[in-house]
Design a protein around this ligand. Structure first.
Ligand code: GLA
Length: 691
């Protein structure tokens, strides 16, 4: 809902529980008024009448109060917008008016030939505010040094706490919380992709708990380099500004007639604690971001950990047969099926099946997999090339490079320059041909190194490549999806290096981490769930001991229950699993299929975090509830604490499908559910159904 004051200078956007209000003063300053519980237009107008503080000349009354601080004039905060034209830097805009259509509010400003439009949208039945900015240049060339998507302003409180998700390869999305102090906390990526190091999300609270209290969150929809700066200003006001690009040194130059649209920076206020905020983010993504989210994701098998580069059609057939017998629904051939890709030293770029390994191409295997009743998927890494490839030998200038400098190789590969139209066209032809040439239902799209030499000698202003690479990737994905609507896509980047709202709007699920150790995964999944839903969080059961990472041994039970918290997959070498293991796995897969709608579409409650001995997650969908519980290590023979459930009706009774016991809702909510867990690395699934 949008309310607009009579003079057309105050706006209030409202969702089911919250409102967001801004106001343009008579001097064309755009002030932030409110972000929090629902208010009406009269409240916003009262806020607009509050005078700005009467500061001495060493502070600016605008700082911390402006909706989108530009560079220049009486401001000392980090600008969201920084531009340079011949002979002048900064922006001094005039307000031109607003438009409101299709649930979107646009506030239009102009500085000479440069039009700056701020966009706002609250998609239906959510409290998420989507914000972005467009810049249209009708004047002489303008250098965009920085153009953030939005700046978010928090209300005055005594002390704020910042939550963030940090990590590295094999250890993504780990949650930390720390008190904000004066100055700035900056997170981001200067790597060309979203990165393993930080997810583009922050949350701020003062005294929230998992189920209570106010939480402000912001998440950026951008899969390239990015930056979010959280600033506690001198008078303790807090602003968060963020957008594409890491530095202020230049996004791109806008020639006459050119325009730039920032990615969306979404914000959410919730008073339901961290858990309530996560559930609201999840619901928003399922309803407005993730394609086809109402359709549950299939159980997949992925061949990577089983076979790595040593693959053949026969061996993949053998794996597929075992996977099908286990109840797997989608069989994915990972790396190694194309070009001269017998190791990571060659082949990237040559997207035709390796003739020694797949003499008849991929179709015979795909047909076999389909014959077994499964869908068929393949791995690709289109944005990359090995120097040892036909593609690179033919087009050494198609990669990112700085003239006369070394071309840095990571994993023996270089990054293709997707800002070039010929490169994008080549990739389109290769991928379109691949999807047309064999019955492929699923594409795992990988990105296994960061940018290092992001140059393009033909471009007079090579910074543009950082932005255009992401636009090129998005355009390719969009075009492929449109041409092959039956194909689902997974976003992978050495595990969880490319997870954000931008890529999620054009992929069906993401690879959470290359770390498939079921215990480490609990913490990674806990962090992931702060912002993204289980519906996109791929998790595989792999071999024990965990060969990839830490040699930790764990039961099949523990591995399955850990992976059942998201989109279940299996990634072990099934040819080495015993008959008993295969039979047990079959039962777990069957159980997962039963609980899948609740896990993938339900409301998620984090009952206990993974730090302690006992952790648990609960999902609720309609009358059904699923609890997944994990015991890391039982100490001193102590009994395992009961799990206080959430989201149930206290007046209802619930039947436990595992034991047949009838539980009263009020008892489960207040006294908890006892789960029989013992020893080390034990796990249980409990299904409850409302009577
Ligand atoms: C990345 C992915 C893995 C696997 C390999 C293949 O590391 O995260 O899952 O696909 O590439 O090279």
């Amino acid at each position: 809902m949008l309310e607009i004051s009579e003079d057309g200078r105050t706006w209030v956007l409202s969702g089911p529980a919250s409102s967001y209000a801004v106001h343009v003063t008579g001097r064309d300053e755009l002030l932030h008024l409110h972000w929090g519980p629902r208010i009406g237009l009269a409240d916003a107008e009262a806020l607009a009448l509050r005078p700005l503080p009467d500061y001495w000349p060493f502070e600016s009354p605008l700082d911390g109060r402006e909706e989108y601080p530009v560079e220049g004039g009486p401001r000392f905060v980090r600008p969201a917008l920084s531009v340079r034209t011949a002979g002048r830097r900064g922006t001094e805009w005039v307000f031109e008016g607003h438009d409101a259509a299709d649930g979107e509010l646009r506030l239009r400003f102009r500085d000479g030939g440069l039009a700056v439009t701020l966009h706002y949208r609250m998609p239906s039945s959510t409290d998420v505010v989507e914000r972005w900015v467009t810049l249209d240049n009708r004047g002489p060339a303008v250098e965009l040094l920085r153009a953030d998507s939005a700046t978010w302003t928090l209300p005055d409180r005594d002390a704020w706490r910042l939550s963030q998700l940090h990590g590295r390869w094999g250890a993504e999305s780990r949650l930390t919380r720390s008190g904000l102090t004066h100055g700035e906390k900056v997170i981001g990526s200067r790597r060309g992709h979203t990165s393993h190091q930080h997810l583009p999300w922050v949350a701020l609270d003062t005294d929230a708990t998992e189920e209570r209290g106010e939480v402000y969150g912001c998440a950026l929809g951008w899969s390239g380099s990015w930056r979010i700066a959280v600033a506690q200003l001198p008078d303790a006001r807090v602003q968060i500004t963020g957008g594409a690009g890491h530095d202020d040194s230049g996004l791109l130059t806008l020639g006459t007639g050119e325009s730039y649209t920032t990615p969306v920076f979404a914000g959410l206020w919730s008073d339901g604690g961290f858990g309530g905020a996560s559930r609201a983010w999840h619901a928003y993504q399922r309803a407005h971001v993730i394609p086809d989210a109402g359709r549950d994701r299939p159980v997949l098998f992925n061949s990577w950990e089983a076979t790595e580069f040593d693959i053949s059609e026969e061996q993949q057939r053998a794996l597929a047969e075992r996977a099908a017998a286990m109840g797997v629904e989608l069989f994915v051939v990972d790396d190694g099926w194309f070009g001269a890709r017998t190791s990571d030293r060659a082949g990237l770029g040559d997207w035709t099946p390796n003739p020694d390994r797949f003499p008849g191409g991929l179709k015979p295997l795909a047909d076999h997999v389909h014959g077994l009743g499964m869908q068929f998927g393949i791995w690709v890494e289109p944005e990359m090339v090995n120097p040892d490839s036909d593609l690179y030998r033919a087009h050494p200038d198609w990669v990112q490079y700085q003239p006369g400098r070394k071309r840095t190789e990571f994993r023996n590969q270089l990054v293709l320059n997707l800002a070039r139209e010929d490169v994008r066209e080549y990739l389109w032809e290769q991928l379109d041909g691949l999807l047309a040439g064999a019955p492929v239902d699923y594409v795992k799209w990988d990105f296994n190194r960061c940018f290092t030499d992001a140059g393009w000698p033909e471009d007079p202003y090579p910074q543009r490549l950082w932005v255009d690479h992401v636009h090129g990737l998005y355009a390719l994905l969009d075009r492929l999806r449109a041409a092959h609507p039956g194909v689902a896509f997974e976003s992978c980047s050495g595990g969880g290096g490319r997870i954000d709202l931008g890529v999620l709007s054009r992929t069906d699920q993401v690879w959470t981490s290359d770390n498939t150790d079921p215990l480490d995964r609990l913490a990674i999944q806990h962090g992931f769930s702060q912002i993204h839903p289980a519906r996109v969080m791929a998790a595989w059961v792999t071999d024990s001991p965990n060969a990839m990472l830490n040699q930790r041994a764990s039961s099949l039970r523990f591995r399955f229950v850990s992976a059942m918290a998201g989109v279940l997959g299996v990634g072990g070498d099934l040819t080495r699993w015993t008959r008993e293991e295969l039979a047990e796995a079959r039962e777990w897969v069957a159980l997962y299929k039963e609980i899948r709608p609740v896990v993938q579409r339900g409301d998620q409650y984090r009952l206990r975090p993974p730090e302690g001995g006992l952790s648990a997650v609960q999902y609720v969908l309609g009358d059904e509830t699923v609890v997944l519980a994990w015991l890391q290590a039982q100490r001193y023979g102590e009994p395992v604490p009961a799990l206080r459930l959430r989201g149930l009706d206290p007046t209802a009774s619930y039947e436990c499908l595992e034991t047949g016991e009838i539980h009263r809702g009020a008892v489960l909510l207040h006294h908890g559910l006892r789960v029989a867990l013992r020893g080390d690395l034990d796990a249980k699934v409990v299904r409850l159904k409302r009577k």
